[in-house]
Structure formats: structure tokens, C-alpha cells
Design a protein around this ligand. Structure first.
Ligand SMILES: NC(=O)c1ccc[n+]([C@@H]2O[C@H](COP(=O)([O-])OP(=O)(O)OC[C@H]3O[C@@H](n4cnc5c(N)ncnc54)[C@H](O)[C@@H]3O)[C@@H](O)[C@H]2O)c1
Length: 339
């Protein structure tokens, strides 16, 4: 591929986030071209392809990977398929952007990393918070030494409520594998160079207590200890009635940085009810700029044949190791060492 050519991308998985990423490539990036979409659900790829003026729609990933001129793929399937598709795409020589979590076991994570390494293809993972302006500026302030070495860290995810999902269709341990995995990556990234050593996780079904017997969990708090002595807390809940609430905080000897705001803008309404502000209701609105910036960065890395500037396979593995320790901690009801 020439350095000036636009990057030809294939989208694998045309569901909720895949559709948004597809639209980003087709409509919001200048150096990328969405050339094909694959999804086994009848009509899903065709429908999105037609909405985005994409010429090729497939039901099979192998057909998409055989598309002539394809440079890169975006993997946005359900989590359990990620590793195999990463390996398949790497073996086909494609650059890879994979949604989180990249894998569900450390063995799978190693397999994905090894496949990308041996094929010498870029592998970036969808930890989009790193691209949010407040999170990026906090990271820069910590890196510049503005608050000194982190002592206390905090990260939280409260999904917008009311919760409308069907607990029976949500895989077990989703709160750790898919929700808090963002917080684990954020904490590792903000606490640069530190290794997580121990976690203690408490989790429950407080939003849908009726589903607890079947193993559903919608609320969790995790304490994480790091080898630099710092301590972090991560928490999540699936039903924040007031909106999509994502926040972080890092405290050190020189001060503190905070990041995240549930208010969607500085517009404030003053009327007979008092003072009100609107809040974020969807991830694709709150993080629209971050989701776009992460794919823009991936595309530049592919174009320039440089290593990805964002989270790579090893970062996904580190966050996964914390999630796996959390699952063990909930089972054991005690602190657990991070592998
Ligand atoms: N980074 C973020 O903020 C963020 C936000 C939402 C979702 N996600 C992640 O993205 C992934 C997808 O989530 P979603 O909410 O879009 O799910 P979804 O269920 O809406 O969409 C998944 C799509 O993948 C398709 N699919 C299933 N198996 C496939 C296969 N083998 N090959 C190709 N397509 C296949 C399904 O038919 C469906 O259309 C999950 O891992 C989720 O954790 C990340």
C-alpha cells in the first residue's frame, strides 16, 4: 500500500457499535474507505452496506478477507468471536482494529498477540476512553508530573438507565469482561508502568435481583493494588437513571486530576422548575469524538506503517488479567492475585 493511498477497510459485525464504526469510516474519516461488511445475521451486512453506499456485503468473514485490495479490518462481533477472527485476519495479512475485550482467557489473548506479531500486522483494541479529551489531558498532566506519582485512582462506569436488557441474553461476567474492562484499561494507562498485583471484587444484582440466581450481575466495586504501592477503585452499575456516567480521578502528592462529566454540554436551563442540565444518554454520543479519533489514529498507523499509537494487544491482555482476577475474587469472596 502506498503511503498516500486511503486505507481500505472491511467491517466484521454490523450490530450496534459496528454500525457506528462503519459510519465513522464511511462518513467521518478522510483517509479511509469502507469497502466491505460481513455479518452472518440475515440481511444485516446488506442493510448497513446499502445505508453507507458500500459495494460488498457478506455473511462469511472468509469472503470479506478475500476481498481484493483490503488493507484492514474492524472487528465488532460479540466478544466470544474476537480472538478467532483476530487470528484469521492476521493470517490474511490485514491490519486489525478489534473491539474490547480482545479475548476472554489469557491463552486466547496470547494467541491473538502472537498471530498479529508473526504476521507483522498492527493490532489495536477499542479502549476508546483514551481518546476522550478529558481523559487524554488527564493522562498528559500525570505524565508531566503535575500531581506526582499516583497514590489513589478511581474509575467508574454507570450505563444509562433504566436498564432494558434481558439478563438471560447477557453472558455471565459481562460486568467485568465488557464493562469494567474499560475502567481497568483506563486505570493501567493513567498509572503508567505500574502492574496490578491484587484485586478484591464485590458484585451483585441490585438492578435486577430477580436474575441473580441465574448468575446475572449488574453492580460491582473492585479494589486494585499495584506494584508501585498505589490503590485503585473501579465501580460499575447497569442502570444510572440520570444518564451515561463515566468518570475518573487520580490523586497524588502534588494534587489531583478528575475527568468525565455526565452533563452533555454547558447549556443550562433556568425556568420555573429551577436550574436543569441535560445529560449524556448513549455511548455513541458521549464518545463520538473519541470513537472517531481512535479509528483516525489506527488508519494513520496503517497508512504510515507505524506501530499503533493506541492500546495494543498487550494492553488488552493486562486489562483482561484484572477482569479474570475479579471473577475469581467474586467466586472466592476474597482478594486474589492478578496473573
Ligand atoms: N468500546 C465501546 O465503547 C463499545 C461499545 C459497544 C460495544 N462494544 C463491544 O463491541 C462488541 C459488539 O457489541 P455490539 O453492542 O455492537 O453487539 P451487537 O450484538 O449489537 O452486534 C454484534 C454483531 O455481530 C454479528 N456477528 C455475530 N457473529 C459474527 C461473526 N462470527 N462474524 C461477523 N459478525 C458476527 C451479529 O450478527 C451482530 O450484528 C462487543 O464486544 C462489545 O463489548 C464496545
Amino acid at each position: 500500500m502506498s503511503r498516500n493511498k486511503s486505507v481500505n477497510i472491511g467491517l466484521i459485525g454490523a450490530g450496534r457499535i459496528g454500525s457506528f464504526h462503519g459510519e465513522t469510516v464511511a462518513r467521518r474519516l478522510v483517509d479511509a474507505h469502507l469497502v466491505a461488511i460481513a455479518d452472518p445475521a440475515p440481511g444485516a451486512a446488506e442493510k448497513l452496506a446499502s445505508a453507507l453506499d458500500v459495494d460488498h456485503a457478506y455473511t462469511d468473514v472468509a469472503q470479506l478477507l478475500a476481498q481484493p485490495g483490503l488493507d484492514a479490518v474492524i472487528i465488532a462481533t460479540p466478544a466470544r468471536f474476537h480472538t478467532n477472527i483476530v487470528v484469521q485476519a492476521a493470517e490474511a495479512g490485514k491490519a486489525i482494529f478489534c473491539e474490547k475485550p480482545m479475548a476472554l482467557t489469557l491463552e486466547e489473548a496470547d494467541r491473538a498477540i502472537a498471530a498479529a506479531r508473526s504476521a507483522e500486522v498492527p493490532l489495536q483494541v477499542g479502549f476508546n476512553r483514551r481518546w476522550d479529551q478529558a481523559f487524554a489531558e488527564s493522562h498528559a498532566a500525570i505524565a508531566a508530573g503535575r500531581i506526582g506519582a499516583p497514590q489513589l485512582l478511581r474509575s467508574l462506569t454507570r450505563d444509562p438507565g433504566p436498564f432494558g436488557g434481558d439478563p438471560a441474553r447477557i453472558p455471565h461476567w459481562t460486568i467485568f469482561y465488557e464493562t469494567l474492562i474499560h475502567d481497568f484499561d483506563t486505570l493501567l494507562w493513567l498509572n503508567a508502568g505500574a502492574r496490578a498485583t491484587e484485586v478484591y471484587a464485590a458484585a451483585d444484582a441490585l438492578v435486577r435481583p430477580d436474575a441473580k440466581e441465574k448468575g446475572f450481575l449488574d453492580t460491582a466495586v473492585v479494589t486494585i493494588r499495584f506494584d508501585n504501592g498505589s490503590i485503585a477503585v473501579a465501580e460499575a452499575n447497569f442502570s444510572a437513571l440520570y444518564g451515561y456516567d463515566i468518570r475518573g480521578e487520580v490523586f497524588g502528592p502534588g494534587g489531583m486530576v478528575t475527568m468525565g462529566d455526565v452533563r452533555r454540554s454547558s447549556m443550562t436551563l433556568f425556568d420555573r422548575h429551577g436550574v436543569t442540565q441535560d445529560t449524556w444518554r448513549r455511548d455513541t454520543e458521549h464518545f463520538a469524538a473519541g470513537y472517531t479519533a481512535q479509528l483516525a489514529s489506527f488508519v494513520q498507523a496503517v497508512r504510515k506503517r507505524e506501530p499503533v499509537g493506541g492500546p495494543a494487544g498487550e494492553d488488552a491482555r493486562r486489562a483482561l488479567a484484572i477482569a479474570l482476577a475479579c471473577i475469581e475474587s467474586v467466586r472466592e469472596q476474597g482478594p486474589v492475585a492478578v496473573r
